[in-house]
Design a protein around this ligand. Structure first.
Ligand code: BDP
Length: 687
């Protein structure tokens, strides 16, 4: 921006037409769009009048943001007594006034002023400002956190945008400018917590705390607390103790001492995200104890410092019990017994971030222990950073699902944000998707998933559509571009469900990397619950997992009338049909087609959708910079190719069971099943 301005001045001064033409060309080059500015692309050379009734590093940021970007009348920032605005809580704010005569932002706490400033600037950048303003906001969840699955040495589990942005080997001496940019971007959408890394126990010491402190110091004025992932058996792993038994006196003391040490570096450290007794991770069960014992022990150690424990419910073992039922079975018996600084972190669905899952039955069921939703922002199961998948629709679908916990309209949103149950602690987490890539997320549109997570964490009633629109307006342009591209975004997730796993199918992914299709996958000696056949159960009769009363009876974990609805094949929402039922190939669907034909049409529809996205995108060329246009165009080509791969793989494989022809009006397969079965994608980025 600055360069551009300087060059224009230079052009005026020189009045040399040829040189100007040359410089104009140069200007365009300088403006090459690499996506690094995310949605924060407003001009920063405005000189707005902004005043505040208090001073603090956070208020200074709010002033600076407005001063450099706000184009309306003067803004006054006011900290007001909490008693005057009780509804706002800690993070809320009110914006009143008129863009032509003067605006005031009021909040009980400094962070409210920061969020209010970003709100005002968002309205301006999206072109949604009206002259009279009267806004009151407070967030749906107290803790709005991004979980990084980054490793301390750089790789990111399920990250598709390059290595980790955290450079632990350079910290605390070298501070990457990206730390501040990241804090700013997160604060602009209301995120107030980041769990940076899962610390290997041998590094859980003062050296590491110094590094972490350097980041915490950068985050603090943006009102973002740092959190960590930590291994349960850390006291043993560092060699101090022979056990990590949560009821052992020495173990408890070890944690208390560790917390004292950690908090001496970072007095406002947020707490821990803990994965215990899950997928091989250590946990209290290794010592004959329970999740309750484990969570409460660490909660006690951190309580004097006001820290919290986010204990993940992502647990399952290769037993006879349906994996979809296991988290509920393990956690429900402890409802009401966790310490008040423990919150149970539950993935949106009962299995694992599939393109579509019904909501986890723990939402609405655990009424005496706070439960938080964990969404996946990174696209582990939705085409990595190659496919355009806007996840706002996934989040909205989950948040608005009715649990019926307290009768109709007991949505997952209300069951987690404290509306239905008297939760003292409320939180929501998203598994982040940023890495070293210049555009942060790999795919330009993957930025929208980070953005919408933050916006819905702030307000869980927002619609995917409204958020996508405001993101497009800020990130691209406010022109004719918006509505057609919005249309792509809103259809994108359903298209992926269609070409990957329609009608409630799930986990048909290739072994380990979770990118391409491998419904036939069979790895000798592998856990059966890691193989697609465990989930699709294709046979000569039909397809799908019987979770009805006559099967695993997972339906029993849902409230009525949902339980009966899911249980009854005629009433079951067809989007979840094969999730809850093993359905005959010739079963008559609501459309009048057989299951087999319907399946074929869904796969075909997914492919057609992506082709349509390509056409819409290509027509957008006049409205988009060349760099992002070409990048997204090339990604859509990959996606179109992959959609056909998925369709052919799944249909040709399931056809070996159904023995039925693919309906004749559908595009014919272009692959041979044998060839597809030979594909091994070892080179894809994962772990
Ligand atoms: C699954 C990932 C695995 C993660 C796990 C988790 O495949 O790599 O470790 O989630 O949530 O989706 O911990």
């Amino acid at each position: 921006m600055v360069e551009n301005f300087t060059i224009l001045i230079a052009m005026c001064k020189l009045r040399n037409i040829w040189l100007s033409v040359f410089l104009l060309g140069y200007t365009v080059t300088l403006f090459a769009e690499d996506g690094s500015r995310l949605w924060l692309r407003a001009e920063t050379n405005v000189n707005a009048e902004v005043k505040a009734n208090k001073k603090s590093p956070t208020i200074d940021i709010a002033i600076e943001e407005l001063h450099t970007q706000w184009k309306g009348a003067p803004v006054q920032l006011n900290i007001v007594p909490a008693k005057k605005m009780p509804a706002l809580g800690n993070d809320g704010y009110a914006i009143t006034g008129n863009t032509l005569t003067g605006i005031s932002i009021s909040a009980p706490m400094e962070q409210g002023l920061l969020y209010g400033a970003y709100h005002l600037l968002r309205l301006q950048a999206a072109g949604n400002l009206s002259s009279a303003i009267d806004i009151t906001e407070s967030p749906s969840y107290a803790v709005r956190i991004i979980n990084h699955w980054d490793h301390i040495n750089g790789p990111v589990t399920r990250g598709y945008a390059g290595h980790s942005i955290w450079k632990w080997n350079e910290l605390p001496d070298t501070i990457s400018p990206r730390y501040k940019e990241y804090a700013r971007a997160n604060a602009s959408i209301g995120i107030n917590g980041i769990s940076l890394v899962s610390v290997p126990p041998q590094m859980f010491n003062a050296d590491f705390f110094k590094k972490l402190k350097a980041i915490a110091d950068i985050f603090r004025p943006y009102h973002i607390k740092v959190y960590l992932g930590i291994g349960f058996s850390s006291p043993m792993a560092v060699g101090d103790l022979k056990t990590a038994d949560p009821l052992n006196k020495d173990v408890r003391k070890w944690w208390r001492n560790k917390m004292n040490e950690l908090y001496s570096f970072i007095p406002d450290f947020g707490g821990f995200v803990i994965k215990a007794n899950s997928e091989g991770a250590s946990g209290p069960q290794d010592f004959g104890r329970t999740h309750l014992d484990g969570a409460n022990m660490i909660a006690d150690a951190i309580a004097p410092h006001n820290g919290i424990i986010m204990w993940r419910a992502f647990v399952y073992h290769p037993t006879e019990v349906d994996r979809a039922k296991q988290a509920y079975q393990e956690f429900m018996p402890f409802d009401g017994q966790f310490r008040s600084n423990v919150i149970i972190q539950v993935k949106n669905g009962p299995i694992d971030f599939q393109p579509r899952e019904p909501f986890s039955p723990l939402f609405g069921a655990m009424q005496k222990t706070p439960v938080m939703i964990e969404f996946q922002i990174t696209q582990e199961y939705l085409g990595f950073s190659n496919h355009l998948a806007y996840l706002g629709t996934t989040y909205e679908e989950c948040l608005k699902s009715d649990t019926y916990a307290r009768g109709a309209n007991s949505t997952v949103g209300k069951a987690t944000d404290g509306t239905l149950f008297n939760y003292k602690l409320t939180a929501i987490a998203g598994i982040g998707n940023v890495g070293e890539d210049i555009n942060w997320c790999g795919h330009h549109f993957a930025q929208a998933n980070w953005y919408v997570f933050g916006r819905m964490a702030w307000n869980n009633k927002l619609t995917a559509e409204d958020v996508a629109r405001e993101w497009l307006q800020q990130t691209f342009t406010n022109k004719e571009f918006v509505e057609p591209v919005l249309n792509i975004m809103l259809r994108s997730r359903e298209a992926i469900v269609d070409y990957m796993m329609p009608l409630g199918l799930h986990h048909l992914f290739a072994w380990d990397h979770h990118y391409g299709p491998e419904p036939w996958c069979d790895v000798p000696g592998a856990r059966h619950d890691w193989l697609p056949s465990y989930y699709h159960k294709a046979d000569k009769i039909g397809l799908g997992f019987n979770r009805s009363v006559s099967g695993s009876n997972a339906v029993e974990q849902y409230f009525q009338p949902l339980r009966d609805e899911y249980n009854n094949i005629e009433q079951c929402d067809e989007r979840y049909l094969l999730w809850f039922h093993h359905v005959s190939w010739i079963y008559k669907m609501k459309s009048g087609r057989t299951l087999w034909d319907e399946l074929c049409y869904h796969y075909d529809q997914g492919v057609k959708e992506v082709r349509d996205f390509q056409k819409i995108w290509d027509a957008m060329e006049p409205y988009v910079d060349t760099e992002r246009f070409a990048h997204i165009q090339s990604k859509l080509r990959i996606q179109a190719h992959d959609a056909v791969w998925w369709k052919d793989a799944c249909l040709l494989y399931f056809q070996t069971f159904s023995q039925k022809p693919i309906p004749y009006d559908i595009e014919r397969p272009i692959h041979n099943l044998d060839d597809l079965m030979k594909i091994k994608l070892d080179l894809l980025p994962h772990n």
